[in-house]
Design a binder for this molecule. Structure first.
Ligand code: GDD
Length: 294
């Protein structure tokens, strides 16, 4: 019997957690055959760009071939499942045009991005070859208080909370001038769902059409807590990537037109909500209040 979980974010509805691994094709086939899902969202990956330079082969196995294994599981079992592939703005890399749209050519700049390009095209191929309802969401950076602690936004907001309460003095970062199109993850998940409710599958850019630097994020986050980032920041070249993606900005017109989707939370509000959440989380932890894991 698989364990049943509940989560405050999902209300009273329990969900079932099945064990599996994207490196394990036979387990995936068995699971898909057993569950008979109507929708499959492939959000799994080795998703850290810097780390992908250290473990390129593993990244390719999970992020690229893993997507193929899931598609094959759907095809081989013959289930009538719609498929969502978490494609990434990192595929645009050294961007060929500004802003990036669904027709902008890819120029990946990391093993992670190369793997995502494969996963993108294999999703298109299974759609065209086998008639699968398979869609790519080309999501630009999407953040929230649940963001992993090694990604730059959460690394900054966590540090702000800890510096403010005297637990930490310095924050070590790499490249500050890189620019990203940062949106609120909660809204981006709605876009994913909308894609699978369409009669026809397709590929969609999900973004805010605004670009901001890491430095801007830093300034806003520290000032939200009444701190001066210059007093706490140290740069560390270990966080630099051998090939960096300098600037990303997405044009989400197609998603607005066809899905009726548009971003609501803009950059300053995103920074605020993440800083506030980390300050609250730290306070709760220090007071010994039990919280579900972030
Ligand atoms: N992680 C990290 N840590 N990034 C840093 C740091 C640091 O200490 N210092 C500067 N940066 C810069 C990176 O060099 C990059 O230019 C930018 O901050 C953002 O880095 P990340 O937060 O790691 O995100 P990403 O843009 O590389 O990739 C994320 O977004 C993609 C698009 O949605 C990841 O979530 C990918 O998996 C995702 O595909």
């Amino acid at each position: 019997m698989d364990p049943i979980y509940s989560d405050p974010h999902l209300g009273q509805r329990p969900f079932f957690l099945h064990y599996g691994d994207l490196s394990d094709a036979s387990a995936l086939n068995q699971l898909i055959g057993k569950i008979q899902p109507t929708e499959v969202y492939n959000l799994a990956a080795q998703s850290h760009v810097r780390v992908s330079f250290d473990i390129p082969e593993y990244t390719t196995d999970i992020t690229a071939v893993g997507a193929l294994r899931l598609l094959e599981a759907i095809r081989q079992t013959g289930v009538h499942a719609r498929f969502y592939q978490a494609s990434s703005s990192e595929m645009f890399g050294k961007a060929r045009e500004v802003p990036q749209t669904e027709s902008t050519p890819f120029y990946p700049r990391s093993p992670y991005a190369c793997a995502k390009v494969f996963a993108y095209w294999i999703t298109v191929n299974y759609r065209e070859a086998y008639g699968l309802h398979a869609s790519n969401g080309i999501l630009f950076n999407h953040e929230s208080p649940r963001r992993g602690e090694t990604f730059v936004t959460r690394k900054i907001t966590r540090a702000v909370a800890r510096i403010q309460s005297g637990l930490q003095e310095k924050l070590f970062l790499g490249q500050l001038e890189a620019r990203r199109d940062w949106g609120y993850a909660k809204e981006y998940v709605e876009a994913m769902w909308h894609m699978l409710q369409q009669d026809e599958p397709g590929d969609y850019v999900i973004a805010t059409n605004e670009s901001h630097s890491v430095r801007e994020f830093l300034e806003l986050a520290f000032s939200r807590a009444g701190l001066d980032w210059r007093k706490h920041l140290e740069t560390d070249s270990r966080y630099n990537r051998p090939t960096e993606v300098d600037q990303l900005i997405g044009d989400y017109s197609k998603a607005r037109r066809q899905l009726g989707w548009e971003p609501k939370t803009r950059f300053p509000d995103l920074v605020k909500l993440m800083v506030d959440a980390d300050i609250q989380l730290l306070k709760d932890q220090r007071e010994g209040k039990l919280r579900y894991s972030d």
